[in-house]
Ligand binder design. Structure first.
Ligand code: FAD
Length: 433
């Protein structure tokens, strides 16, 4: 059986472009809604920041991308292309193996051109409501500058949500923070280090953003104090920088600017950058309670993609992280396309729910906190092989897994040089062998 359905894809970032390509390839009729004027999503640098630097004011205008100006990829090119469309070096582009963000956007533009995706996309069109009526999905959108200026409603047989999950900040709970007088910002609104010149800055979190931002702010700040959950004894000190200090999490902050840490250290600081991650948020989606983002993950989802009660007509692509995410997105997209065409069958709703519960149990057994439900590690290899099998593909080559592991090792060993001390020749030989 090869059924063709009318599908709405929401978002034209990596996930939406990949979904559109795979759905089109499978013979479905695809409309992509994109609120921005171009493709690329998180990879479109926006120098603007939100009016509220902490992004808590519900009336603020939201900015989608969280890129800072100096951002370079934290994965090498071979892990940031698609399986059959590699992220190769171009004669005229950024020659680095871990290139700047502009190079990723150029690659996505090329990908979209190559597969004729632009013609499927309605730009400047924000989806404001998605709900199921009978067995169809009604998508309400708001085309910016439309002649009528009014919302449009259109019916689809399926919806694939590809709206990303690095836009709505998550903040740590800090006792006393409402009276702390210093300047606060979430990394979502960080672009350049200049506002922190001469300041004593506390940075919360040592994920990729916290790591990069601390290195960029330190040369012009007076001191940088990192509040982290890293295990005691792990050494992040840099040879050439002696004004970054590592502490445990923050215990309390006070009206006079004092910040105390659980390890007993305290400092009077001027500024605080919250590099504390993001939460899932689909403000347009009404599933009548079938999908929830109340907790810090999306539930229930079969294999991070299909909500059992609404499968296969509703799906999510790109929710997982800490992996070579372009590959995963591509496999998820292929799987969705094949399920919708009837080439691959999903288990029953009840069986999918049992699978979800088993996954939760597995997280508990491995001691993984539930808020990391969509973090693929340590289950990434099984997950990718399973997805590949659903798509009728052989398991992914082993070098991909080994390269990702090497990236993590390299990050801890080479610290801020991890992007520039990468053995291209060694990996080129492995890939070609
Ligand atoms: P997005 O790229 O966020 O795209 C979502 C799209 O949906 C956007 O175009 C948005 O405008 C659109 N949209 C949202 N809501 C609506 C709506 N209601 N109606 C219509 N359109 C809508 N990944 C890596 O692999 N390597 C890296 O080095 C790396 N570095 C990163 C650094 C930072 C600071 C961040 C934030 C992320 C990084 N990532 C990295 C992860 C990155 O998010 C993914 O690579 C990828 O861009 C995710 O794509 P996506 O399509 O799922 O989401």
């Amino acid at each position: 059986m090869n059924r063709s359905v009318k599908v709405a894809v929401i978002g034209a970032g990596v996930s939406g472009l990949s979904a559109a390509r795979e759905l089109q390839r499978e013979g479905h009729r695809v409309v992509v809604f994109e609120k921005h004027h171009r493709i690329g999503g998180a990879w479109v640098y926006d120098p603007r920041t939100e009016s509220d630097p902490l992004s808590v004011d519900p009336n603020r205008e939201t900015i989608h991308s969280s890129l800072y100006l100096s951002l370079r990829t934290n994965l090498p090119r071979p892990l940031m292309g698609f399986l059959d469309y590699p992220f190769s070096k171009e004669e005229t582009g950024d020659p680095r193996t871990f290139p700047g963000h502009e190079e990723v956007l150029r690659f996505l533009d090329k990908f979209a051109d190559e597969f004729g995706l632009h013609s499927l996309i309605r730009f400047n069109t924000e989806v404001v409501r998605v709900e199921q009526i009978d067995s169809d999905w009604v998508v309400e959108s708001n085309p910016r500058g439309s002649a009528s200026g009014s919302q449009e409603r259109e019916t689809f047989e399926a919806v694939v949500v590809c709206t990303g999950h690095y836009t709505t900040p998550r903040l740590a709970k800090i006792p006393g923070i409402e009276r702390w007088p210093g300047f606060q910002m979430h990394s979502h609104n960080y672009r350049v280090p200049e506002p922190f010149r001469g300041q004593i800055v506390v940075i919360i979190g040592l994920g990729p953003s916290g790591f990069d931002i601390s290195r960029e702010v330190a040369p012009i700040a007076k001191e940088v104090h990192m509040a982290t959950k890293i295990p005691h004894g792990m050494d992040f000190k840099l040879e050439n920088r002696d004004n970054i200090f590592y502490h445990t999490t923050i215990k309390q902050v006070y009206e006079d600017g004092l910040v105390t840490f659980e390890d007993g250290f305290s400092i009077r600081a001027n500024a605080m950058i919250h590099c504390t991650g993001y939460r899932y948020n689909f403000p347009f989606l009404d599933t009548n309670g079938a999908v929830s983002v109340e907790k810090k993950w999306v539930e229930p989802l079969y294999k991070h993609v299909f909500p059992p009660a609404l499968a296969p007509s509703l799906s999510f692509v790109g929710l997982t992280y800490l992996e070579a995410i372009f590959h995963v997105i591509e496999l998820q997209s292929k799987w969705v396309a094949r399920v919708l065409s009837g080439k691959v069958h999903l288990p029953t709703e009840e069986e999918m729910m049992i699978s979800v519960q088993k996954d939760y149990q597995q997280l508990e057994e491995k001691g993984v906190p539930m808020d990391q439900t969509h973090c693929l590690r340590p289950f990434q290899a099984d997950y990718k092989h399973w997805l590949a099998a659903q798509c009728g593909l052989a398991p992914l080559e082993e070098w991909r897994e080994n390269m990702f592991a090497e990236c993590i090792k390299n990050f801890f060993e080479k610290k801020d040089k991890f992007r520039d001390q990468w053995d291209d020749d060694y990996w080129d030989a492995i890939i070609c062998s």
